[in-house]
Each structure stands twice: as structure tokens, then as C-alpha cells.
Design a protein around this ligand. Structure first.
Ligand code: PSU
Ligand code: MN
Length: 344
């Protein structure tokens, strides 16, 4: 196996030019990744870009609230001065920077398959629509030279005798970059998830908080070791991670706004009822998370949905601000974005 630093400069196809990624990444060069026109131009110019998953659009939120999510998330990133880069599988390629028209197809109910990193090859070979989870999204974003991404809540360790563990966790441990989230989704075990992340070497940063944010709830009873107060401080941690070549994601944990936050006990009780329903109906594997999210919305009279949309928007705004701070911080490795070279 060649050493990772030999692989700097993976060449990605972009309208006749090749993009050289400044991010050291394990894995083979990926000619199957297509970069959207606006995103490619932004990366070449060294402008801030934020990677975004589409599983939240395809499976996590119901139609038509997923349309609202796209507007609010993309709007927050643009308002911060960055470019949104939605990631998804389309026409046999992994696309980083879906156009509005392409993205619209992912919002149609039941249209896109949920695609984690393990599903990428089959999804590309099949040629349909694949909505990428965090694991597949950060995999592709890093290979496109994107350093900052955003989501709502990451997957984690589900409670149970034979725990279902999200592929997000191991991918966070082997993908360089920074991901803004509101902690793990409140349908998982927060302490077990934090321990697994520690074991995997994933850095957790509280954004103005000392405890782990817990998606719909402000916090879980899990203490965080590190805390930042500003996008600039978060960007400095990302720059250090890249400089050190730690190759794992810095997880910037941004709690849900107080006015939208739900009571942790209420969320836990509703989640238990939903888990029982999942058990009775035999829902397992990749269907579990979307099932539990939909069930929670029902159980809470739609409040969890409002909360989820609100935290997605504020995480996007923060990710935009971190991406801006990262490219403007002098001397940040890779801060200039990927360098374009002529192909051939
Ligand atoms: N955040 C949300 N809603 C979602 C997700 C994140 O607010 O639906 C998605 C992300 O794509 C994440 C996935 O990677 O849920 C985790 O699914 P699983 O537990 O099956 O790994
Ligand atoms: Mn799972």
C-alpha cells in the first residue's frame, strides 16, 4: 500500500481540467466522481464550499418539507459567503455539487435509494438515484477537495443487545475534514457513540458548549473535552488537523437553538415507543433511522420535524462561516483549495 502522502493530488475530472486535491486521502483515485460546474469553479478559485448529504432529503425528511430544507440550508450557506455542494449518486457517477434540477429528483418520495459508503459501487453500477448519508458524502467531498461539510445529526450506536452501529462513525475516522452536526441523532445511545468516536480518533469540539449536543435535545449527559466559541477557532482546529495529517474528521458539535430544543426525557420516551414499533414491524438495517425519524415526527405532533429543520439550517450557517474562516486564514494548508492543472 503506498503511503497516503504519495496519493496527494488525486485527479478528478472537471470539464477538461484535472483537480488536484490538497487533502491526503486513503483509497484509490476516483475518476467516477463528477464535480458540478459552480462547485468546481469555486474550488479552483479557492472560495469556500460546504459539502452536504442528500439522505436527509431523500429519506430523512418527508415531502414537501425536504424542499424547504434545501432552500433553508443552501440559503444559509450562501448568506455566509460559501457555496453549497450537494452530494449524490446520479447516472452512474458520484456527483459533488448537484444542480438544482438534479437535486429536485432526490426530493420525490421513494425515488432515491439510501447510499452509505459501502453502497457506492453498487449504486453507481446500477445507475439510479442514490441519496448519500454522511459516510458516503464525506468520502466524496474529501476527494473533491472540500474540507467542511454539514448535516443534522450523525448516526451512532443504536441501543440493543446486538447494536446497530452507523457507518458514519468509521468513515469519520478515516476522512479528513470538519463536519458540523448537532451531535448524534437522539435515536442512538449518546455515551456509547461518544466512546466509539473516541476509540476511532474522531475529534469532538463543542460549539460554545461543554456537553455533547443530542440532536433534537440540547445536550446528552456526556462531557466534551474541547470547546470553541467562534468559526475562526473551529477553522484553526481544522487547519491543525490537516497540517498534522490526522486523516480523521473534526466533529463540530453545534447544539440546537434553545427555542427549538425538545425535552430530552420527552424525546427519549417517544424514541422508545418508536423502537418498539420498529421491532414489532421488523424494521431493521438502513430503514431503521428513516423509520424512527418519521415515527418521532408523528409521536411529537410534528415538533421534531420543526426542530430538525431548524438545526439543519443553523448547522449549515455555521459550516458556511467555518469554510469562510478556513479559506481566509493565512497559511492554512490547502486553504487555497485544489489547484487546477491542465489535463493531458
Ligand atoms: N441528519 C438528519 N437527518 C438524517 C440524517 C442526518 O437530520 O436523515 C441521515 C444522515 O445521512 C446520516 C444518516 O448519515 O441519517 C444515518 O443513518 P444510519 O443511522 O442508517 O447510518
Ligand atoms: Mn444502521
Amino acid at each position: 500500500m503506498p503511503h497516503g502522502s504519495d496519493r496527494r493530488g488525486e485527479r478528478l475530472r472537471l470539464a477538461g481540467a484535472a483537480i488536484v486535491s490538497p487533502v491526503a486521502t486513503p483509497g484509490e483515485p476516483s475518476p467516477g466522481i463528477r464535480i458540478g460546474v459552480e462547485v468546481g469553479a469555486a474550488l479552483i478559485a479557492g472560495r469556500p464550499v460546504v459539502g452536504l448529504e442528500t439522505s436527509v432529503i431523500g429519506q430523512g425528511l418527508p415531502h414537501p418539507r425536504n424542499l424547504e430544507c434545501i432552500d433553508r440550508v443552501a440559503g444559509a450557506i450562501r448568506d455566509a459567503g460559501a457555496v453549497p455542494a450537494w452530494v449524490g449518486v446520479l447516472g452512474g457517477e458520484v456527483v459533488v455539487g448537484l444542480s438544482e434540477g438534479e437535486l429536485a429528483r432526490f426530493t420525490e418520495p421513494g425515488r432515491a435509494d439510501k447510499v452509505a459508503r459501502r453502497d457506492l459501487p453498487a449504486a453507481c453500477a446500477r445507475g439510479g438515484l442514490g441519496a448519500t448519508t454522511v459516510s458516503a458524502t464525506i468520502w466524496a467531498a474529501a476527494r473533491a477537495g472540500i474540507h467542511v461539510s454539514a448535516t443534522g445529526g450523525i448516526g451512532g450506536v443504536h441501543p440493543g443487545e446486538r447494536p446497530d452501529v452507523s457507518a458514519d462513525l468509521v468513515e469519520l475516522s478515516r476522512t479528513p475534514g470538519l463536519l458540523v452536526c448537532s451531535g448524534p441523532k437522539s435515536i442512538v445511545d449518546p455515551a456509547a457513540t461518544a466512546e466509539r468516536l473516541e476509540e476511532l480518533g474522531v475529534s469532538l469540539l463543542g460549539y460554545g458548549v461543554d456537553r455533547l449536543p443530542f440532536f433534537l435535545a440540547r445536550e446528552a449527559p456526556v462531557e466534551l473535552e474541547h470547546r470553541v466559541e467562534t468559526p475562526e477557532e473551529a477553522a484553526a482546529v481544522l487547519a491543525a488537523a490537516i497540517r498534522l495529517d490526522t486523516r480523521s474528521t473534526v466533529l463540530l458539535c453545534d447544539p440546537i437553538a434553545e427555542e427549538l430544543a425538545m425535552d430530552a426525557g420527552e424525546v427519549a420516551a417517544a424514541t422508545r415507543r418508536c423502537e418498539e414499533r420498529a421491532e414489532r414491524e421488523g424494521v431493521r438495517g438502513r430503514d431503521l433511522t428513516p423509520f424512527l425519524l418519521a415515527c418521532l415526527a408523528e409521536e411529537t405532533g410534528g415538533r421534531s420535524l420543526e426542530a430538525n429543520l431548524g438545526l439543519l439550517e443553523s448547522n449549515a450557517a455555521l459550516a458556511g462561516a467555518v469554510a469562510v474562516a478556513f479559506v481566509s486564514s493565512a497559511g492554512a494548508p490547502g486553504a487555497g483549495g485544489p489547484t487546477a492543472t491542465r489535463s493531458g
